[in-house]
Design a protein around this ligand. Structure first.
Ligand code: SAH
Length: 211
């Protein structure tokens, strides 16, 4: 089956799962096959994670979709992602942010280069990939409207909530082997809502899990 047909089928499946039309449209704009290694091309539009090297994975499309919907990303927003991986999730958020900007932090330098190349191939110009321990956030471009964490964290990190604007939102998987996905909204305090069970690779380094 052609890649375009496979993509449309995937979008149809995600629609059945209740993903918003806005997020589906953003996902339709990004060719996921440009973000997977050559040997995974066949499965580029399958709804599960795929290996991208260095023991890491590109998240399943439905996970990207759910996290984007929870964050309610609007045009012009400034967004931080922790865990660039392939750059796919950042690309989708880049489309949703429109005139805004996405900063995505990756600790494995060759993966950051992979993400940059992929984003370039996809023609995405409003995403910046930074090599850094994102568990400490990215203070130099803070505060952010939205923060998306794509690796499992031991807790809701105050380094990250501290870099959110007022009314800002954070999604973060919390737990070791299995995680609960939390949506945190910063109003007067922090509103924390559990959104279901997920499985992510661990956030490593400071404030994360030991190697
Ligand atoms: N969002 C990615 C998938 C991320 S997988 C995509 O769309 O493809 C999680 C990534 O988080 C891995 O690439 C891993 O190297 C990275 N990571 C783990 N701990 C990190 C940390 N402390 N800071 C930055 N990146 C981290």
């Amino acid at each position: 089956m052609e890649l375009e047909t496979q993509k449309n089928r995937l979008i149809g499946e995600l629609r059945q799962h209740g993903i918003s039309e806005r997020v589906l449209e953003a996902m339709r704009r990004i060719p996921r096959h440009l973000f997977v290694p050559e040997q995974e091309l066949r499965d580029a539009y399958a709804d599960y994670p795929l290996p991208i090297g260095w023991g890491q994975t590109i998240s399943a499309p439905h996970m990207v979709a759910i996290m984007c919907d929870l964050l309610d990303i609007q045009d012009g927003m400034s967004i931080l992602e922790i865990g660039a991986g392939s750059g796919y999730h950042a690309a989708v958020m880049g489309v949703l942010a429109g005139s805004g900007h996405v900063y995505t932090v990756e600790v494995i330098a060759p993966l950051a280069s992979f993400a940059r190349e992929n984003l370039k191939k996809a023609g995405i110009t409003n995403v910046t990939v930074v090599v850094e321990y994102g568990s400490l956030g990215l203070p130099r471009f803070a505060p952010y409207d939205r923060i998306s964490v794509a690796a499992a964290s031991p807790e809701i990190l105050d380094t990250l909530t501290g870099q959110l604007k007022s009314n800002g939102k954070l999604v973060i998987p919390v737990g070791k082997n299995f995680q609960e996905l939390y949506l945190v909204t910063k109003t007067n305090g922090l509103k924390k809502e559990a959104k279901g069970g997920v499985v992510f690779v661990p956030l490593v380094g400071k404030k994360g899990f030991p190697y």
